[in-house]
Design a protein around this ligand. Structure first.
Ligand SMILES: [Zn+2]
Length: 308
């Protein structure tokens, strides 16, 4: 089993940048932790690969959250990438998800599907960023896959000409992103050169099929596609499975739910069990834990003021 890898690269004189990602162990863990219908599972693989690619292409210190809010059998799908490329993903779907294929039938059955990209900063006080796009093209036609949605988002919302390919199967989840570097030094000729370099890179990348993307190693893939463009490849990054759930976070969630709600569940079942949607971990709070939960709220010293 090859290690999970994200390779960032630049081509030629640096007017084109990109990244290739291959998830294997992390993807196997995500698949094993939560079972979904095949079509949903494959879409989640593409989303995990895309989240790693997007996180790698942004100068941003925080969590990238990629969401699909569907109006078909897929209600919601989420993939998250932490600053250290810790990945997790989950989905909520109806039973009919087992009978359909493709993004449009899964999430955009009535043209109301949305893709939401959130950048949640690691340090409090920094502004979160959220971009929302439809799953249709400019003429209102349903886009065929997630790569087309994200390509349109990067071009239209981020103003970065971009080309993507995403693929997933039972073994791996992979992606390739190629982007024209923003800025052109102010010279029309430089801009033309950059446009040309980007067009050439897209032409070369377009020869790649999904099967090949899934089979070749990232190093091999970059060499095969771009050897004429003299790719500069940066040190490999290591995406991995990581769920950020914890007893502490579940306790916060129960506190937010309120004492009455928690006590009514306790009365009925004797304990409150919360299962993490992402990794399947179960957190159980009995009467004693629950009492402590709300007593802590009262006994807790005032939170320290932010030193800044
Ligand atoms: Zn978890």
């Amino acid at each position: 089993m090859s290690a999970d890898t994200l390779l960032k690269f630049m081509l030629g004189a640096g007017q084109v940048r990109g990244a290739v990602v291959q998830l294997e162990a992390s993807w196997q863990t995500m698949r094993a932790r939560r079972r979904h219908a095949d079509a949903v599972q494959l879409l989640l693989g593409e989303m995990a690969a895309a989240a790693a690619l997007l996180a790698g292409s942004l100068k941003f210190d925080g969590t990238l959250v990629l969401q699909l809010q569907g109006d078909g059998p897929l209600r919601l799908a989420v993939a998250e990438c932490q600053p250290d490329f810790g990945l997790r993903a989950t989905a909520k779907a109806d039973a009919e998800a087992a009978t359909v294929v493709g993004l449009a039938s899964l999430a955009n059955a009535h043209g109301g599907g949305r893709c939401v990209i959130t950048l949640d900063p690691r340090r409090s006080g920094q502004q979160a960023y959220q971009g929302v796009v439809a799953l249709d093209d400019a003429r209102g036609h349903a886009l065929p896959d997630l790569a087309a949605v994200l390509g349109q988002y990067l071009r239209d919302s981020e103003q970065i000409p971009s080309w993507l390919l995403l693929a997933a199967d039972a073994q791996r989840a992979c992606g390739l992103l190629v982007q024209r570097m923003p800025g052109d030094g102010g010279h029309a000729r430089d801009a033309d050169d950059a446009d040309e370099a980007f067009a050439r890179a897209v032409h070369l990348a377009s020869t790649l099929g999904r099967d090949e993307l899934l089979q070749r190693t990232p190093e091999d893939l970059l060499h095969k596609l771009f050897w004429q463009e003299e790719p500069r490849v940066f040190d490999p990054l290591r995406p991995h499975f990581h769920c950020t759930c914890s007893t502490h976070r579940v306790a916060d969630m129960l506190r937010a739910l309120g004492r009455d709600e928690v006590e009514s569940v306790l009365k009925e079942r004797g304990e409150v069990e919360v299962t993490c949607e992402f990794c399947g971990a179960a957190y159980t709070f009995d009467l004693v834990d629950a009492a402590r939960l709300f007593r802590a709220e009262v006994d807790q010293p005032p939170a320290p003021r932010d030193a800044q």
